[in-house]
Design a protein around this ligand. Sequence first.
Ligand code: 5AD
Ligand code: SF4
Length: 424
Amino acid sequence: MNLHESEKIGGILSARGYVATENEENADVIVFNTCCIRENAEDRAEGNIGALKKLKAKNRDLIIAVGGCMTQQKDFAEKLHKTFPFVDIIFGTHNLENFGTLFDRKLSQKKSVIEVLPKEETIVEGTPKFRTSYPNAWVNITYGCNNFCTYCIVPYVRGRERSRKLEDIVSECKELIAEGYKEITLLGQNVNSYGNDLENVDFATLITEISKIEGKFRLRFMTNHPKDLTEKLVKAIAESDKTCRSVHLPVQAGANRILKLMNRKYTREDYFQKVEILRKYIPDVAITTDIMVGFPTETEEDFLDTVDLVKRVGFSGAFTFIYSKRKGTPAEKMDGQIDEQISKDRIMRLIDLQNNTNREQSKEYLNKTVEILCEDFDEKKKMYLGRDTYGRMAYFKSDKNLIGEFVNVKITKTGGISLLGEIV
Ligand code: 5AD
Ligand code: SF4
């Protein structure tokens, strides 16, 4: 999500004649697109902004801008301006698409431009994009979130859920395929509720419509909410020859008591049922997840419920997080905040468990041939890499640049999560 927003900021600057540079010493403009979902992301952003003070002192013409969801938090922009007065532009998530106007205003005045809108705007179409992830292209389908999970800051900094029109999404996808992109990843805080604010469309319809676009490409989407994953949608995924056989279904926790406190609106039993539906229609589906440990009041027993759920589902991958207290969320006020050491111990046990599962799953790949979309070249390994339909990463050698091509790779070695193979 943030990455694609950076592509939009890049697009707005490209349209003004700026080109990208790897070296900040050479830069005329530096934009921070921040995230505040967890405290460490926020700390890192502040550290990086602070580190630019010297550069700004050396180069007075350098324009430094800070946007994203960190600045969108209540009273944050003023605080940021006081701490880092050398920052030229401060904007939020709600006016990201208007960054160009703020930038132009800054060019014509000495004073800093600070504009963070209190409320989300209607969707703006047609923002230029400086895409950086060929052969994949990110496509927003919804903005904002209505779920209000009690730990999460997203609904406060990104506003209510808004869906882009189906025609706009499909025509963007058509253009991208015509331009040569080989993979489209649809983005939304909860893509499953796409269309709730529109008439006669839902996410299943969108998948079906995008799948009709001619040409060979892959369709992915993230992220999903278990409560909104319907049988109709799973059927649409199963019937689409473009949609990858992998679904990211964040579970967050395995204990019903914690799920309730999190306001996730499903139980562990409901979650198992969703997994069953997925496997009924897409027997080989790879399910990945997000899991949080150390949510307020989480006991060892609750954590063991999470461990049990992870074992039972057999995830193909899991992003694990230690609960991070976010200002203004209901969980911030909850009694029973968990000691960091306990959370660290729990997350390590969870990571070990998932690593073992990944190693076991990788073994099944040995000597098999898989279709990989070549995505990148690893300079250190001197190998190309890409993923199969299940999202599993494979590395392989080639003398020819294969980025953007589908290749058949025979897996010759399996270690941890990624695979090693040769083109056949
Ligand atoms: N603390 C830790 N992890 C969080 N996430 C969201 N909010 C928090 C928080 N306050 C995690 C969730 C979500 C993922 C994108 O980030 O697991 O699915
Ligand atoms: Fe946050 Fe929950 Fe919305 Fe995801 S669904 S963005 S975790 S509030």
